[in-house]
Design a protein around this ligand. Structure first.
Ligand SMILES: Nc1nc2c(ncn2[C@@H]2O[C@H](COP(=O)(O)OP(=O)(O)OP(=O)(O)O)[C@@H](O)[C@H]2O)c(=O)[nH]1
Ligand SMILES: [Mg+2]
Length: 443
């Protein structure tokens, strides 16, 4: 990031790339109005207005007829003066408009720079900035739902609530550190502090316990299709994908490296992995494929085990309750040796495919653990809360063992800092000041 970056006026293509019916180019920063006045024949529109405009080159030639909207600071995405040009979405026009804006003093924006400016001007906190990226990446209804909630401040609200509680408890402790003359620190200080710590610990732990579902919804569930060679795994993947993503042949051991397909199932994004058939082999390449398959199976959220018509194939594999067992190729005859309940599938006739997809969705609903409260969508959040929890444990121990009030306060401060890192509001002293001002210490 350039020094004094926010003094610069930046521009970039904000929509998808050309060719398209329209492309949107965004301009933000202190020179926005001056630049718009210089390149638009009709001048910059009034604040909050859109206008049909003519963009002209230095020599007066028309670059494009576009619709220009002016968002005056602070009522804009970045909090700065912003102009958005909706131009005809041709590659040449987009390139000429960006050239024209840079000729007039703007520079091309760095990745994420508009959202970074929105964060720096206090329009969004870090969790909301992350939500903007998630919203853009969302492919499924559940991803969209979580990102929308996060952009609306669902996580910010929780984190700020926790932070307030931490800061308040810390403030009540610091009074005794700053004013030791008040007498010995007694139960009337440690008891409420321990109570507050216990409540926070429960809330942090609950959020951590439920974090996995929201993270999986955001990143996509990993579902591995596994089983012996020739079971029809690649055929199933292709049927799910609706295209020939993986090679299918009658030769056992066709799939070596796994093939991945992204697919939305119900409200969820799923990454399906077709894997190498599991069997004993002397072939080095196949053996490596099988090693990778087993590793993939371990990291998958859900495994679909396929076995053609003979359920004894399931005997050699470690299946769990999470797994879905499928008897494949049922068009060839009645399954033999069936002792466990399996899904009946024929990719050839399509029988059972809808039911299998329905069952996968049911399992994902359970794994996603949809809750009223929003879940933690990212590893960064989990790590910060783990660290905050660890510091609370230390603070609790210090208070209980009477090791030192100062030590406990320091742990509380570190815990608060971990939570602050989530929203990006790192000014601890400021928060403490405001809370302290509510305290009656002039007694
Ligand atoms: N009759 C019938 N044949 C099927 C069905 N599904 C797959 N096959 C055939 O079974 C053979 C193996 O299918 P694949 O999808 O390549 O099996 P795979 O499990 O991926 O096999 P490997 O990659 O070797 O482990 C192919 O000839 C398929 O056409 C089915 O539902 N019914
Ligand atoms: Mg295969």
């Amino acid at each position: 990031m350039a020094e004094n970056a926010s003094q610069d006026t930046i521009c970039a293509l904000a929509s998808g790339p050309p060719p398209a019916a329209l492309c949107v180019i965004r301009l933000s920063g202190p020179q926005t109005i001056a630049i718009a006045e210089s390149c638009l024949k009709e001048g910059c529109p009034d604040a909050g207005e859109s206008r049909l405009s003519t963009m002209i080159a230095t020599d007066g030639a028309i670059i494009d007829k576009c619709v220009t909207t002016f968002f005056a600071n602070p009522k804009s995405y970045t909090g700065e003066d912003v102009v958005e040009f909706s131009v005809h979405g041709g590659a040449y026009i987009v390139q000429r408009v960006l050239e024209r804006l840079t000729e007039l003093g703007a520079r091309l924006a760095e990745p994420g720079e508009f959202t970074r400016r929105a964060f720096e001007s206090g329009k969004l906190d870090l969790t909301q900035a992350e939500a903007v990226a998630d919203l853009i990446d969302a492919e499924s209804a559940a991803q969209h739902h979580n990102a929308m909630a996060q952009l609306g401040g669902s996580l910010s609200g929780i984190y700020e609530g926790w932070h307030k509680k931490l800061a308040k408890t810390l403030a009540s402790m610091e009074i005794y550190i700053d004013f030791p003359d008040e007498g010995d620190i007694g139960d009337e200080v440690t008891e409420p502090a321990l109570e507050a710590i216990a409540t926070l610990k429960t809330e942090f732990q609950k959020a951590l316990d439920e974090s996995d579902g929201a993270e999986r919804v955001r990143d996509g569930f990993l579902v591995a299709i596994m089983g012996p060679p020739n079971a029809g795994k690649s055929s199933l993947l292709n049927a799910i994908a609706g295209r020939d993503a993986a090679i299918v042949t009658e030769i056992a051991g066709t799939t070596r490296d796994f093939v991945e397909v992204r697919k939305v199932i119900g409200p969820y994004l799923v990454l399906f992995s077709d894997t190498a058939g599991l069997r004993e082999t002397d072939d080095i390449v196949e053996a490596e494929g099988i090693r990778r398959t087993r590793a993939r199976g371990r990291e998958a959220d859900l495994r679909i085990w396929l076995s053609p018509l003979d359920e004894t194939d399931f005997e050699g594999v470690e299946t769990s309750d999470q797994d879905i067992l499928v008897t494949s190729k049922i068009d060839l005859g009645q399954p033999q040796n069936v002792s466990r309940e399996t899904f009946q599938l024929s990719v050839k006739t399509g029988e059972g495919l809808k039911e299998l997809l329905g069952e996968i969705e049911n399992r994902l609903v359970r794994l996603a653990k949809p809750q009223v409260s929003p879940g933690l969508t990212q590893l960064r959040h989990r790590r910060a809360i783990e660290s905050a929890l660890q510091h609370l444990n230390s603070a609790e121990m210090a208070l209980r063992n009477g090791i030192g009030f100062e030590l406990a306060a320091e742990d509380m401060r570190l815990s608060a800092r971990s939570i602050e890192s989530l929203t990006g509001h790192l000014d601890v002293e400021h928060v403490l000041d405001s809370i302290f001002s509510d305290f009656c210490i002039g007694k």
